[in-house]
Design a protein around this ligand. Structure first.
Ligand code: TZP
Ligand code: MG
Length: 219
């Protein structure tokens, strides 16, 4: 429905820094990472968990939903069932996950669906199939996702940004040193996983990225 769409697009426009969890990399634990990021102003959290049982995931997802509450959008990576079980705000899926049309049927029009894309062609198709935003990457080489492939480079962001209307979220190998180039080349927001959750101060790192994105969007 039209209202659902408008609500989603206005929420997604507010995003500067996007937190994705990773329990394998986290220094202080996923729940602590979510709490600190949301308290620092992060407006969107994706629960990305590859190693836990479904039961553990449902329990953890429901905790994360409670922490996000009205402060941050809460999405679940890959697992439509877990998202439905806890009534998350939506999902983030990849090219090899459930087809987006099927995910949309299961979740309904009001939920947010983000899709990972690697290039302009996938981005255009994602928008056509009803994705609410795209995750574009890996922008730089990264060790966090083993099968991510080589970094496409920040210049590709502009090419994709010019081809779609939905928000473009940059991901992969983004850190304090290279993050400005990502926003300057047109990304609406960015994900940094290891740069944030491997640090000893998730709050400080989150604030750094939020400030950096805001400054560079104005510029
Ligand atoms: N998808 C593409 S790259 C990536 C994912 C989940 C990992 C990003 O992690 P990092 O630590 O920010 O490079
Ligand atoms: Mg996936």
């Amino acid at each position: 429905n039209q209202n659902g769409f408008n609500l989603k697009s206005s929420l997604l426009k507010e995003i500067d820094f996007y937190l994705v969890t990773d329990s394998g990399l986290s220094k202080n634990g996923t729940l602590s990472d979510v709490r600190e990021a949301v308290e620092s102003g992060c407006k969107i959290v994706q629960y990305r968990e590859k190693d836990k049982s479904t039961k553990e995931m449902v329990e953890e997802a429901s905790e994360i939903k409670r922490i996000c509450s009205t402060r941050a959008i809460f999405l679940v990576n890959d697992r439509i069932d877990v998202a439905l079980a806890v009534d998350a705000d939506g999902v983030h899926i990849g090219q090899d996950d459930m087809p987006i049309e099927t995910a949309r049927e299961l979740l309904g029009e009001d939920k947010i669906i983000g899709l990972s894309v690697n290039d302009r062609e996938e981005a255009v198709l994602a928008e056509k199939l009803g994705a609410d935003y795209i995750g574009l990457g890996p922008i730089f080489d990264t060790a966090t996702k083993k099968d991510a492939g080589d970094g496409i480079g920040p210049l590709k962001i502009r090419e994709v940004k010019d081809a779609v209307k939905i928000p473009v979220v940059a991901i992969g190998g983004i850190n304090k040193e290279n993050c400005e180039s990502v926003i300057q080349n047109g990304a609406d927001s960015l994900v940094a996983i290891s740069a944030v959750i491997c640090s000893d101060d998730v709050k400080r790192e989150t604030e750094y990225f939020i400030d950096m994105v805001r400054k560079n969007k104005k510029a």
